[in-house]
Design a protein around this ligand. Structure first.
Ligand code: ZN
Length: 79
């Protein structure tokens, strides 16, 4: 994948987090969902997008394929 900002080849990798029940995008106008059980439906109703999960426990490694441009400090993911 080519960086749309600078035009160099981006490096492929994985965006991941360990020990979390869910990885999601949510608009910054929404309050944190931390500390309670969350559902995909709740996240989507708040304008969010679930990238992996949610799971009931925290015994998961959440992974999303991505490409990174370290020059521009940009990460691009598909969902
Ligand atoms: Zn770039």
């Amino acid at each position: 994948m080519i960086c749309s900002n600078c035009g160099i080849e981006m490096e492929a990798g994985i965006l991941r987090t360990d020990g979390s029940p869910c990885l999601y995008y949510i608009p910054n106008t929404e309050n944190s969902l931390y500390g309670r059980i969350i559902t995909k439906k709740e996240i989507e109703l708040k304008g969010g997008v679930v990238l992996d999960g949610p799971y009931v426990t925290r015994f998961h490694v959440l992974k999303v394929k991505c490409n990174i441009c370290k020059k521009c400090r940009k990460i691009v993911i598909d969902y």
